[in-house]
Design a binder for this molecule. Sequence first.
Ligand code: ADP
Ligand code: G6P
Length: 476
Amino acid sequence: MGTDAGDGYEFVVVANRLPVDEVTDGDGPHRWERSPGGLVSALQPVVRQMRGAWVGWTGSAGEAPDPFDIDGMHLRPVPLSAEDVDLYYEGQSNATIWPLFHDLVEQPTHRRDWRRAYEAVNRRFARAAAEVAAPNATVWVHDYQLLLVPAMLRELRPDVRIGFFLHIPFPPVELFMQLPRRRELLQGLLGADLVGFQGALAAQNFLRLTRLLLELGPKDDRVEVDGRTVVARAFPISIDVAEVDQLAADPAVQQRARQLRTELGGDRRLLLGVDRLDYTKGIEQRLEAHHDLLADGEISNDDVVLVQVATPSRQRIAQYQQLRERVERAVGRTNGEFGDVGRAPVHYLFQSFGRAELVALYLAADVMLVTPLRDGMNLVAKEFVAARRDEQGALVLSEFTGAAAELDDAFLINAHDTDDIKRGILEALNAESRDLTARMHQMREQIRAYDIDYWARDFLEVLGVSGAHEAEQAET
Ligand code: ADP
Ligand code: G6P
């Protein structure tokens, strides 16, 4: 259903990021690399299956390359100037909306020039989507960078079905009320026919706001706007379970997992963290808990090693630079205090890895640490579960992730409380193999039943896209 019949695509995804980033090393030719983050991990299999178009940014400032096809998808790059990157992406998106929607884990900044740029760039995305969408197409807009796009697109193209999905938390009413121009943001979202959230509470917050700010009368999961019905509902996102499962079954990946274990000190138990280096992820709290366990003598450098993979992210934003410094200081402190020659308690990798290497790490781990202070879903937790075909390994999971609602057989912890993280780690390390198998078995059933196909189908069916199901079935 996503092919271009000459007059556009019937299925179009609009997201700030394209699934691939443009990378140029010096004067050499440019190449494409998978973009960071959970949105891309989740959406890529969907767009590929639907043979759709993807409107988004390449990750580099300046002119956009011409549209091109890759991996069964049509990519339509949207240009962002250096100033747009500064004001729209690093400013309004990631220094205002991101921290505010994540419970003010960091203080948001409010600036008029950022809001102006945000509006202008949202309009550019809406125009690009309007250009590639076929008559009566389905356009699916994603995430907090593009909250105004649904209404802008409706103005340009009243014929298309518009869905919107928010990948991050939607804040409680009191927090949303702090945003300047809050009505416009809400009206932007109400341009969609269906607004999807990670959790039910988020959908309720949104509907309550339509009453408070716009005096609309929401009923159940819907609200009438200008004679149209907008539905707001939870659609917890998931992962491509089959992709991870296949990698985990690959003998080369399993061999790599064994090698990693040997290199990290054969008999030592392995604690693992894999995150974008973001202040919402609770990396500092996790490192502090680990440090304190060593200091208390509850664990020792002979028995336990922590590998923390931190993908570089939003590196020009001050809060991210400061976080990096604090994290690196904490790693240095633990290694200085508790390390031995040739044997460090923490291996810190400020790098991106390929999928196979990540899955090898998941397989090598005894305990996966997912400790965000707030996270819309957290796909790393689900990837870890999908990788553990051996039904071994423990997941320590923050209650403040969307994933905790589904993976309640994990070792759930309060990530704001270092003592509770310590408790979770110790319980996970000391759990009996039978207990781990029972927990992992349950969690695997859950993610197998609700994988990314289920999520996309569910959303598109509620959006009223006929044929979505058939197109996916035909592919598999
Ligand atoms: P977020 O979307 O906030 O980054 P998620 O946990 O939902 O958090 O998704 C992160 C995605 O990025 C996952 O698919 C994960 O595999 C991937 N990822 C995280 N760290 C790395 C890394 N160092 N190298 C490659 N991919 C990574
Ligand atoms: C999260 C957001 C995505 C974003 C990703 C990576 O997953 O929900 O919208 O793309 O982080 O962040 P970046 O700023 O690098 O796009």
